[in-house]
Write a protein that binds this ligand. Structure first.
Ligand code: SF4
Ligand code: SF4
Length: 302
């Protein structure tokens, strides 16, 4: 059995997850995403390297971080602590010396072997519940060698593997991970290319090609739709998604109603959250939307 020293940039490992594939799962969150979805619930996942986040509510403005950063990456602009990602060397000096715990790091390099050891701690739970390990993000396909090595190693240990993906990758990269995946949780953001670009920054053409190919290859694929108010949640949008699902050969979809879980992180990253005042959606709000899919024979659930 191979021991892989391949390393990747991750920002979280969440144990005992029940929402990211079947059974009890460990979810490994990889950093870096080629999409910039306006509603992203994990904005700290988008930048592919380590980032220092600043909590304005905890900060007392002592400037210890500014004077102590060996890279000169931190400035205080009118009471706002700004960290230049490109200059940061990831030494954690600022975090260690902040008297108020107002700084924390998102992103850590870990080897496949290190992650495997963590995942194996819960192997009994996976086996009893039909669970396993899910790669999430960010976008795991942004780190294809690491993702492939990790998935291959997990399979060598008899662990069920899944990946939550935007599907945005070259066909070569996409195909390289498929042999090591038992389940693909494949996001569809918008059926229309122009609207897809507006909401995410990228075209959906290659995404749909990859989705179609994975289904044609006989992979277990669950398309998932984050339903976003005033973006993709009209009955006409549902009809558009039905057309796309039929084109790619899918006959089921999971609806993920919009929520605001990522709001605080936007402030810590000095980013504007476009959905700050938009109420969350709930299952009962989407019955009409769901019915459009059901009317076309698409198995549609939450
Ligand atoms: S981690 Fe180190 S280099 Fe980066 S901002 Fe903090 S003190 Fe500066
Ligand atoms: S060291 Fe901590 S409390 Fe002091 S200015 Fe920096 S972030 Fe704020």
């Amino acid at each position: 059995m191979n021991i892989s020293s391949e390393s990747g940039m991750i920002f979280n490992i969440q144990k005992f997850s029940l929402n990211d594939g079947p059974g009890i799962r460990t979810v490994v969150f990889l950093k870096g995403c080629p999409l910039k979805c306006r509603w992203c619930a994990n904005p700290e996942s988008q930048y592919p390297k380590l980032q220092i986040l600043w909590d304005r509510e905890a900060c007392v403005g002592c400037n210890t971080c500014v004077s102590g950063c060996p890279s000169g990456a931190i400035t205080n602009v009118d009471g706002n602590i700004r960290i230049q990602n490109a200059q940061c060397q990831g030494c954690h000096t600022c975090i260690a010396h902040c008297p108020e715990d107002a700084l924390n790091a998102e992103g850590e390099s870990k080897t496949v072997d290190e992650i495997l050891k963590i995942c194996l701690q819960d192997k009994d739970f996976y086996e009893e519940s039909g669970g396993g390990v899910t790669l999430s993000g960010g976008e795991a396909l942004m780190q294809p060698q690491f993702s492939t090595a990790l998935l291959r190693t997990l399979k060598e240990h008899g662990i069920h593997t899944a990946m939550e993906t935007t599907g945005f990758a070259s066909p070569e990269v996409f195909q390289s991970v498929l042999p090591y995946l038992d389940l693909l949780l494949f996001d569809m953001k918008h059926w229309d290319e122009k609207k897809h670009k507006e909401g995410t920054g990228v075209s959906n053409t290659q995404i749909l090609e990859n989705l179609k190919q994975a289904i044609a290859d006989g992979k277990d694929v669950l398309p998932r739709l984050p339903v976003i108010p005033d973006y993709n949640h009209s009955p006409a949008d549902a009809e558009g998604f039905v057309r796309r699902l039929k084109e790619v050969g899918a006959n089921r979809i999971q609806l993920l109603p919009f929520h605001q879980f990522g709001e605080k992180k936007y402030d810590m990253l000095h980013k504007t959250y476009a959905y700050a005042d938009v109420p969350a959606l709930h299952e009962e709000d989407l019955k009409e939307f769901q019915q459009v899919f059901l009317n076309h024979g698409i198995d549609t659930f939450f």
